[in-house]
Design a protein around this ligand. Structure first.
Ligand code: 5RP
Length: 263
């Protein structure tokens, strides 16, 4: 692994663990609930995010260049919720990622979906180009509607992503998650998925870490929370401080109480 690639990965991973804040949903969903005004949502969360996953459009318009938060740049897309989601192409080049001082690029793979091969080719192409510039690639195992989020399917998708050269793989938590992690020779982070009650989302993060995930790349369960800052602090407590769910939920509740006093 080149020094540049290792250096970029170490910007994202703090002591081998990471809390990535995913705010890239608009690239196919438009103005997702909680992200209607990206700057307003992102700004208060920045001090607590180990990295920010987003598109170049939101990066340029909604994050001040003086910010030091490492950027995980979403570079595939070109589809919308109105069409077949797996029909993604590379929409942002590695050169642009370097210009934007990204610490990694993110690409979705849709194993088992209509355009499986095209999305795996996107990943392979980005890994090749990333090697040239020392740019790590985060592969996101997107799950088509027809797929079941179980250890067999997610294990297959994660392993393929790792075999094609991804430096980190993002997937979903599932029963027997340990099998997914054990079969994947690179670090695994989990997405949060649809909004859950805060305690349940913390339980999800806790279970994933206990079963070998190195962290989370979480979006809706943070920015759609009644208290996004409280939630990201609570997730940090699970991922970095090794707190249990009760302690982490306490962190969230205390933050809620403190912000209620200020209102
Ligand atoms: C879409 C993504 C999203 O960023 C990610 O899945 C969102 O995270 P969450 O599920 O926690 O809202 O990569 O493919």
């Amino acid at each position: 692994m080149s020094w540049g690639l290792s250096n970029r990965i170490s910007r994202i991973m703090k002591g081998g663990r990471t809390v990535m804040l995913a705010v890239d949903h608009g690239y196919f969903q438009g103005p997702t609930t909680g992200l209607e005004n990206p700057r307003r949502t992102i700004t208060p969360l920045l001090p607590f995010a180990d990295s920010l996953m987003l598109t170049r459009g939101v990066l340029r318009t909604s994050v001040d260049p003086g910010q030091s938060v490492p950027i995980v740049l979403r570079v595939t897309g070109g589809t919308s919720i109105l069409k077949e989601l797996s029909n993604e192409v590379v929409v942002t080049s590695i050169e642009e990622a370097v210009r934007l001082n990204a610490s990694a690029v993110a690409v979705s793979v849709f194993v088992g979906s209509e355009h499986e091969k095209q999305t795996l080719a996107n990943l392979a192409q980005l890994v090749d180009e990333g090697e040239r510039y020392g740019m790590p690639v985060l592969a996101v195992t997107a799950v088509g509607r027809e797929m079941t989020r179980d250890a067999r399917y997610l294990g297959l998708a994660c392993r393929i992503a790792a075999e094609l050269g991804a430096s980190v793989v993002k997937t979903y938590y599932c029963e027997d998650f340990r099998k997914v992690v054990d079969g994947c020779p690179v670090p695994v982070v989990i997405a949060g998925g649809k909004k859950l009650p805060e305690r349940d989302a913390l339980q999800l993060a806790h279970d994933a870490i206990s079963e070998g995930a190195v962290g989370v790349d979480m979006g809706r369960n943070i920015f759609q929370s009644t208290n996004p800052v409280g939630m990201i602090k609570a997730v940090q407590a699970v991922v970095h401080a090794g707190k249990g769910v009760d302690d982490a939920f306490h962190v969230f509740n205390e933050e809620e109480k403190a912000s209620a006093k200020l209102r």
